[in-house]
Design a binder for this molecule. Structure first.
Ligand SMILES: O=P(O)(O)OC[C@H]1O[C@H](OP(=O)(O)OP(=O)(O)O)[C@H](O)[C@@H]1O
Ligand SMILES: O=c1cc[nH]c(=O)[nH]1
Ligand SMILES: [Mg+2]
Length: 216
C-alpha cells in the first residue's frame, strides 16, 4: 500500500483540518460538512495526479488542442453516514464517476467492544474500474475492511484509492494487512492514538454526529 499523508506539507488544507477539530467551530454543522467536502475536493485533486490519462482532441472555436484527460472509469464509493460530505467533495471533481453507497455502523456488544454492521449496499460492477473508497474517519480500520470484503462480490477493481480525513496509526497498520498491494491511501492527517472506545485521540469526536446530529 502506498500512503500519502497530505498535511506533511503546509497548505490551506491545515485550516480546514483545524476547523473540523475545533470544539467551537465544529458546532456549526453546515461549516463542518462543508469543511469535510472541501477536504474531499483537495484529496480529489491530489489523487487525480496518479490516475491513468489518455490524450483527447478538444475542438475550440479556433482550432484543436490535444489534452491528456483522466479515463472515465472511476467508481466513487462512500460509507454512510459520515462519508456523505466527503463523497460530495470528491464528486465535485470526479463529476462523471459511477457511485456506490454502503452503510456501516458500530454495534456495541459492551462498553469497549463492537462489531461492524453492514446493511445497505448499492454498487455498480467494479471490474477493471478505479475504485475510490471514502470515509472521513479511519479509527480501528474495521469499517473500511468490512466494506471492502462486501465490495469483493461486485468485481475486482484495477486499482483502489482510500480517501480519508483523520486516521490513527493503528488503523493504518490494520488496513495495510487487509487491502491489496495496488491500494493507495490518501489521508489528510494522522493521530497517534485511539481511546478504549475506539475513538481517535485527539481526533475530532464522532464525525457522523457532527455532520448530521446524534442517533439513538
Ligand atoms: O475505523 P473504524 O473503527 O471502523 O471507525 C471508523 C468509522 O466510524 C465512523 O462511522 P460510525 O460507525 O460512527 O457511523 P456514522 O457515520 O453513522 O456515525 C466513520 O465514519 C467510520 O465509518
Ligand atoms: O474517532 C472516531 C472514530 C470513529 N468514528 C468517528 O466518527 N470518530
Ligand atoms: Mg459515528
Amino acid at each position: 500500500m502506498t500512503i500519502n499523508i497530505l498535511d506533511s506539507k503546509n497548505s490551506i488544507l491545515n485550516k480546514f483540518i483545524a476547523e473540523i477539530r475545533s470544539e467551537t467551530i465544529q458546532k456549526d454543522m453546515m461549516r463542518f460538512r462543508r469543511n469535510i467536502e472541501r477536504i474531499g475536493e483537495i484529496i480529489a485533486y491530489e489523487l487525480s495526479q496518479k490516475l491513468a490519462y489518455s490524450s483527447e482532441a478538444v475542438k475550440t472555436p479556433l482550432g484543436t488542442k490535444i489534452i491528456p484527460l483522466p479515463k472515465k472509469d472511476v467508481v466513487l464509493c462512500s460509507i454512510l453516514r459520515a462519508g456523505l460530505p466527503l463523497h460530495t467533495g470528491l464528486l465535485n471533481y470526479f463529476d462523471d464517476a459511477e457511485n456506490a453507497f454502503i452503510s456501516a455502523y458500530r454495534k456495541h456488544t459492551s462498553e469497549t467492544e463492537f462489531e461492524i454492521i453492514v446493511e445497505y449496499f448499492a454498487s455498480p460492477s467494479l471490474d477493471d474500474k478505479t475504485l475510490i473508497l471514502a470515509d472521513p474517519m479511519l479509527a480501528t480500520g474495521q469499517s473500511l475492511v468490512s466494506v471492502y470484503e462486501g465490495l469483493k462480490k461486485h468485481g475486482t477493481p484495477k486499482e483502489i484509492h482510500l480517501a480519508c480525513v483523520i486516521g490513527s496509526k493503528e488503523g493504518i497498520e490494520y488496513i495495510q494487512k487487509h487491502f491489496p498491494e495496488n491500494t493507495t491511501l490518501w489521508i489528510a492527517t494522522v493521530d497517534a492514538t485511539l481511546n478504549n472506545k475506539g475513538y481517535i485521540v485527539p481526533g475530532l469526536g464522532d464525525a457522523g454526529d457532527l455532520c448530521f446530529g446524534s442517533k439513538l
